[in-house]
Each structure stands twice: as structure tokens, then as C-alpha cells.
Design a protein around this ligand. Structure first.
Ligand code: MN
Length: 238
């Protein structure tokens, strides 16, 4: 069985050349053992619609993704709270298959619950309220109907507002809510969850109704690559 990689929170943007270089290096040196890559959100620092990729300078990243997918690696894109506007045009340009958040995949016998992760942070009520507005088809349509300049303006404003409100919040409410997670795991009959968003890479092992459960948290790419690899029947966080 080929290797499966999970990455998230690259926050790619022309403002952070280091992360861009890191991703370029990652995509051009992929080992041939890799069969699938799951991008679990916030790959881009923000997204203003598929017709705005050029404006954001993301043409090169799209080309790199296309190279990966055309080399035979299956690429999946599950959106995050920053790049939830990624759509079908992006998917056809890059060869990514879009996945809804959450998605359940099967790896061997294992059912694995994939999510960006912000939906699990239910203690952050403000974020959840904003999330339901931004993910509504009404907001999406109204936003995408605007000019690219207006959209860029709004996106930058939203990003700043989110940064400011994050600084005012206690760390604890910005992490996942464990009882809520366990409820979701029971409902979906999964014992393995993979997510990003919190930028706190870790492997959490816990007992769920007498069965060993695992939550894998992917790290961001601000200072180094963070990759979860499924290799020889095991998950390895590097
Ligand atoms: Mn996020």
C-alpha cells in the first residue's frame, strides 16, 4: 500500500515567502511511495474565489498542485476557515478532488474522520456564529458577485478582525471541545480523527467506550513542514 500524507495550515500567501519556498520544495521532492495527499484546510491564508487566484499570486502554487496530481498522486482538498471559497474551477485547474468538511474515509479497516477542525471548537461561540454566516450560500453568492478588488478588501478586513479577536480570547476556548468530539466520534462510529486548525501538532490517545481512540492534530507550516504520514499501517507525525 502506498503512503498517505495529511497536511494543513500552510497559510500560503505572497506575504510569507518562506512557507511558499517550503511548499515548493515539498511538492518537488515528493517520494514516489506517496499515493494520496489530503489537504485539510487553510492551505491558503485566504481565498477570494477561484477567479481571484491570479490576483493573490497563487498561479505558481496551482501549477505545483497540478504537477503533483498529474504525476499520479491523488490530491484531496478539504476547505478550512480561510480557504472555504475554493471551488470547482480551482479543482479542475489543480486536479484536486474537493471534499466536504467533515469527510469520513477508509484506510484499510479503519474509518477515519477528517475535518479542518474549527467546527470542533464549539466553545468559541463568536467563531461558530461567524462560521455559519460565512458558510451560508447567501453570503457566498453575495461575496462572489462583488468585484475582485472589493472581495480582496473584505477578505483582508475579515482576516484582521479574526486576528484581533483571537488575541482577545483565552487559548482554552480556541481548542477543540473534547466531550463534543467524543459525541461526534460515537455518532459516526469512528475511533480516529485527523484535523488541523489549532496549530498544536500532537497525537492524543484516549479511551472511548472501552476502545482506544486517537486524535491526530496537524501543525502549521510557519517555521517548518508538518506532515502526518500513514506508512506500513501506522500514522507518523513529522
Ligand atoms: Mn483554520
Amino acid at each position: 500500500m502506498k503512503e498517505i500524507l495529511f497536511i494543513s495550515d500552510l497559510h500560503l500567501s505572497q506575504e510569507y515567502p518562506d512557507s511558499l519556498a517550503r511548499f515548493e520544495n515539498f511538492s518537488s521532492t515528493l517520494p514516489k511511495e506517496v499515493g494520496q495527499i489530503f489537504l485539510l484546510g487553510d492551505v491558503f491564508d485566504f481565498w477570494i474565489g477561484d477567479d481571484g487566484a491570479e490576483t493573490l499570486g497563487h498561479h505558481k502554487i496551482e501549477k505545483q498542485l497540478h504537477q503533483i496530481s498529474s504525476s499520479g498522486v491523488e490530491l484531496f482538498f478539504l476547505p478550512g476557515n480561510r480557504d472555504f471559497l475554493v471551488g470547482q474551477d480551482f479543482a479542475s485547474r489543480t486536479g484536486c478532488k474537493l471534499l466536504p468538511d467533515p469527510s469520513i474515509i477508509e484506510i484499510g479497516e479503519k474509518r477515519v474522520y477528517l475535518t479542518h477542525g474549527d467546527a470542533l471548537c464549539i466553545d468559541d461561540v463568536e467563531h461558530q456564529q461567524n462560521r455559519s454566516v460565512l458558510l451560508s450560500s447567501k453570503w457566498r453568492k453575495a461575496f462572489l458577485d462583488k468585484s475582485i478588488e472589493d472581495r480582496l478588501d473584505t477578505a483582508l478586513r475579515l482576516r484582521q478582525k479574526s486576528e484581533e479577536s483571537k488575541q482577545a480570547k483565552p487559548m482554552s476556548i480556541m481548542d477543540i471541545n473534547q466531550p463534543h468530539l467524543e459525541e461526534i466520534m460515537r455518532e459516526n462510529q469512528v475511533r480516529t480523527v485527523i484535523h488541523g486548525h489549532t496549530h498544536k501538532p500532537a497525537i492524543h490517545a484516549f479511551d472511548l467506550d472501552g476502545i482506544e481512540a486517537r486524535r491526530y492534530v496537524l501543525g502549521d507550516w510557519y517555521t517548518q513542514n508538518s506532515v502526518l504520514t500513514f506508512r506500513n499501517g501506522e500514522f507518523i507525525l513529522e
